[in-house]
Structure formats: C-alpha cells, structure tokens
Unconditional design. Structure first.
Length: 278
C-alpha cells in the first residue's frame, strides 16, 4: 500500500467485526450512529468500543432520511438526534459524516422524494444545526454524483456551481464520495474540486468481518489520499499541548474572522434562497 494513502472501512449493524482479525492497514473506521430522527444503530456502542480498542481512528455517520412512511423528516431534528446519541463519544471521536443519498423507494421502484427542489435548504439546515452544537469535529458529507444532480444541488440558482455556503467551507470540511469500481472518481459533485475520502467498493474482502449470521463477507472500503499522519493532523489529533497564555489581540482577531465567515455564509444562503423563490 502506498504511504500517501490510507485504507478505511465503514460499518453498521449489518456487520459483526472481530477486531483482532482486522488488518493493521485499516487505520480509520466510519461507524453508523443514527438514521433519520428515529433509529440509533443497534451496534453503535459495540463497534465504537471495538474500533477504539483496536487503535483505529473512529468517525461516526448519520444516515439522512428525506422522509419515512410519507412523513417528512426535518433536518434540524435529525442533527439533534445524531448529536444526542453520539454525545458520549465526542471526546474520542473527531470525525463525523452526513450520509446524504436517495434513501426510500416506492412500490413501483421509483425514489420517494416529496421535497424535490428543497434539498439545498435541508442540507444547509442539517449542517447549520450540527455546526451549532458543542461537538467540534471534522465534518464530511457522503454522497455520489447521481444524488447530487437528481436532487438539484447544481442548478440555475447557484450558477451550476453548487451551494455557495459549501464553497466557503464553514460547515462542511470535506467530501466523502461514493464511486465504485474506479481507482479515482472522474467527476465530483460541485462545488467540490477534491475529495477527502473515496468509497470504491461495497464488497472489499476483509478478514474479521461477518454478516449478522456469522458468515465471512466483504465490507464497504475507502481510500483516503493522505497518510495517517496527515489525517491525524487534519482531525486535530496528536497536537502539542496549548500554551498557557494566549495573546488577547490574536484571539480577538481570530474570533472576528470566524464571525465574518459565518455571516458571509448566511447572507449567501439567504440570497440563494431568495433568488430561488423568484
């Protein structure tokens, strides 16, 4: 394996893991925590404790639901549900993700999507609520090109360049892109020009991974185009102890820069929303 990329896996209650068998080359594990505003993954605690005990970097993800049984699932409620059921791990987990994809089929096989055209605002509201929590973590959005395009994330309102508030990078820190069967994605959802992690298969042969029935099976696998040291630095791990005294002027300047960035992001979002309503 190249030293400039890192292997990661993502798991949920559909997989049982014997961590003693997981290869050392797997350095990061993304674990499903919640879904919608109603489901906490039944193996969340088991997976988190096992992965941390095995010395892996751990991230948690939320499976976003547009609707369930005809009911619109509010984005803010989903963010709060995700935070509520992950809070006990915040000290050990410094990476989180929103799994944003088509997620509910009708009997005829079509995708159920009652709020087509409003996903841009829903995505914003989910991440705004998440960003407003006390959980300081590196934030990814997991998606694929088909979902992004079908759900109108690139449209005339944002000049076919994707949401402005994503471009400024104040709420979403990176893209976790699904593009199976290729070494690297040929196209990315706008406005992303690069990806942080690439899910390249859902059936990677992996010792120590089993179905709920105990049969060996493949697993969702991802490449991160960075070394483990770079990943740890990106997530704020292994940083030196903070100095005991800080320059009040520098702290005030940093606060003003952060406040200005968030204000600009909100203004752009409101402008996008206003233009879309015209």
């Amino acid at each position: 394996m190249s030293a400039d990329k890192t292997l990661a896996i993502d798991i949920s209650h559909w997989r049982t893991v014997d961590w003693a068998q997981i290869p050392e080359e797997v350095r990061l594990v993304m674990i499903k925590a919640t879904e919608g505003d109603y489901y906490r993954d039944s193996k969340l605690a088991e997976h988190v404790e096992g992965a941390l005990g095995a010395g892996k970097i751990v991230g948690l993800y939320h499976f976003y639901r547009t609707a369930i049984h005809g009911r619109k699932v509010k984005p803010g409620d989903q963010a709060e549900f995700f935070c509520e059921h992950t809070r006990q791990y915040w000290g050990d987990v410094h990476l989180r993700a929103n799994d944003w994809e088509r997620s509910h089929r009708l009997a005829d096989g079509s995708w159920y999507n009652p709020c087509l055209g409003s996903e841009l605002e829903d995505l914003y509201n989910f991440h705004a609520r998440l960003d407003d929590s006390d959980w300081e973590a590196f934030t990814l959005v997991y998606t694929n090109l088909a979902t992004w395009q079908e759900w109108k994330m690139e449209n005339w309102r944002n000049g076919w360049q994707g949401p402005a508030w994503i471009r400024d990078g104040t709420m979403i820190d990176g893209l976790w892109v699904a593009a199976w069967g290729v070494e690297a994605p040929s196209r990315l959802p706008r406005p992303f020009s690069e990806y942080w992690m690439h899910q390249f298969t859902a059936s990677y042969p992996m010792p120590g991974v089993f179905t709920t029935g105990g049969r060996p099976c493949g697993v969702d696998a991802n490449w991160i185009p960075s070394s483990e040291a770079e990943i740890r630095a990106c997530l704020g791990l292994d940083l030196p102890e903070p100095v005991s005294e800080c320059d009040p002027g520098e702290m005030a300047a940093a606060y003003r820069r952060g406040w200005q960035a968030r204000t600009d992001s909100l203004l752009r979002h409101l402008q996008d929303t206003r233009e879309g309503a015209e």
